[in-house]
Write a protein that binds this ligand. Structure first.
Ligand code: PLP
Length: 447
């Protein structure tokens, strides 16, 4: 494409582009001029630590040389619509099944996270003949109409009034529990009992699937209490309900294992993925299904499809991305660097504005509060979501950006999820910046 200078890009952006989740007048986007590893530079030459891997997808970092090289080979595999077999689609499906839980068998390719979740819902309804879908509060599954109905936080209000048959249940949130539990197991039992009652009240024979992010990401990296996910699996087995895990954000090494479910002792019936499968170098998502579900479609029509299902370019990029995870031992590296990040996060607890830190691998959140004793959150919940009326979190994220620490927040949680290639030295440098910002924020804004 022809060269366009920064001023022209910004002008055309203002004139012609609609930006998501924003009042257009308040959007003043910068232009990324260059990206390399965990860093990117804006149009004024300012350098940033990309501490959220863009939208938690750039696991292999910016401008990875093997992916830049692969782009030179785009076109060598002919473009083909979904009815054809291609080298890239077949190979990527195999690579994914090779690293998925042992009961997983086939992949349906979609274009991103939300439409993957939409397809998982459709597949669950086809296989079970039931229509109700359970999903959780404090979850994000995407912005399409179906995924929006699955989502359990403020962004779902954009699809209200919702579709019939989408039922919400609660997510255990250890930091903000009003009840005192003797142990994590006791907490799991409490939530499982409540879920069981809800299933009974909704009619188990009507429920097709229970849908969940095993570790909710955008909503603040809510690592579940011990035994909880395994308990949900048992409830699903008791009632013939399918268990679907959304690994769009948590998959492909983010948590220090290939998938978040690998930390626990259960296997879901379906898993959805996107982001890390190509690290955003090309859009791609999909649904991984168990042997049983795959077999069902041997003799039943899979009544769904997408023009770009298994798109040649995206699956070609996916194949190289999967090789990078393997060749560079990025999953193991994520676990090792997760320990370094964890130590730095624990040190943040000394700050008066830090209510909680949560982490697993390179998937972390820092929850900010106005008052540590009362746990008064920085931003009010519920319908006020996104309004941040006093602008406290907006100020905090702005300060981080000024210091060269790029990330985003949700409600009162700041997400920290850098590219998996980050080094110990870079974690320490970035977390020094984070501490400097916390000190400055507390002194000049909060207290
Ligand atoms: N599911 C989860 C867990 C996500 O975090 C996201 C996006 O952040 C999605 C689904 C939606 O993915 P997409 O934006 O690619 O549609």
């Amino acid at each position: 494409m022809e060269k366009v200078d920064v001023a022209q890009i910004k002008q055309m952006d203002r004139d012609y582009v609609l930006h998501s989740w924003a009042k257009q007048k308040s959007v003043h986007p910068k232009v990324i001029e260059k990206g390399e590893g965990i860093f990117f530079w804006d149009d004024e030459g300012k350098k940033y630590y990309d501490m959220c891997a863009q939208l938690v997808y750039l696991n292999v970092g910016h401008s990875h040389p093997k992916l830049m090289e692969e782009f030179k080979h785009i076109g060598e595999i002919p473009l083909a619509s979904p009815g054809f077999a291609t080298a890239s689609k077949a190979s990527l499906a195999k690579k994914i099944i090779d690293v998925a839980p042992s009961n997983m068998s086939k992949v349906f390719f979609a274009s991103g996270g939300a439409d993957s979740n939409d397809h998982a819902v459709k597949i669950a309804r086809m296989v079970t003949g039931r229509y109700k879908i359970f999903s959780r509060y404090r979850s994000y599954h995407g912005a399409t109409f179906g995924a929006g109905n699955l989502s359990g936080e403020g962004r779902r209000f954009t699809v209200e009034p919702g579709l019939p048959g989408f039922i919400k249940f609660d997510t255990p949130y250890m930091y903000r529990e009003y009840i005192h539990f003797e142990s994590q197991e006791a907490m799991s039992d409490y939530y499982l009992d409540r879920l069981n009652s809800q299933i009974m009240y909704e009619g188990p024979e009507q429920i097709a699937a229970i849908f969940m992010e095993p570790i909710p990401g955008s909503n603040g990296v809510l690592v579940p209490p011990k035994g909880y996910l395994e308990g949900v699996r048992k409830l699903c087995d008791n009632y013939g309900i399918l268990m679907i895990c959304d690994e769009v954000m948590s998959g492909f090494g983010r948590t220090g294992k290939m998938f978040a479910v690998d930390h626990f002792d259960f296997e879901p019936d379906m898993m959805t993925f996107a982001k890390g499968v190509t690290c955003g170098y090309s859009p791609l998502g999909g649904v991984i299904v168990s042997r049983e579900i795959a077999d069902y479609f041997d003799d039943h029509v899979l009544m769904t499809g997408l023009t770009y299902s298994g798109h040649t370019v995206s699956t070609q990029i996916g194949c190289v991305t999967m090789d990078i995870y393997n060749d560079e031992h990025l999953i193991e590296h994520s676990a090792a660097m997760g320990n370094i990040l964890a130590a730095r996060l624990e040190k943040l607890r000394r700050f008066d504005s830090v209510g909680d830190v949560r982490y697993i691998g390179l998937f972390a959140a820092v929850e900010l509060v106005k008052d540590k004793k009362t746990k008064d959150p920085l931003i009010a919940y519920g319908m006020d979501y996104g309004k941040d009326k006093v602008g406290l979190m907006t100020k905090f994220i702005g300060m981080l950006s000024e210091y060269g620490f790029y990330t985003y927040s949700h409600e009162s949680s700041v997400i920290i999820a850098p590219p998996l290639i980050i080094t110990e030295e870079q974690i320490n440098e970035a977390m020094n910046l984070f501490e400097d910002v916390l000190t400055h924020f507390e002194k000049t804004v909060l207290f």
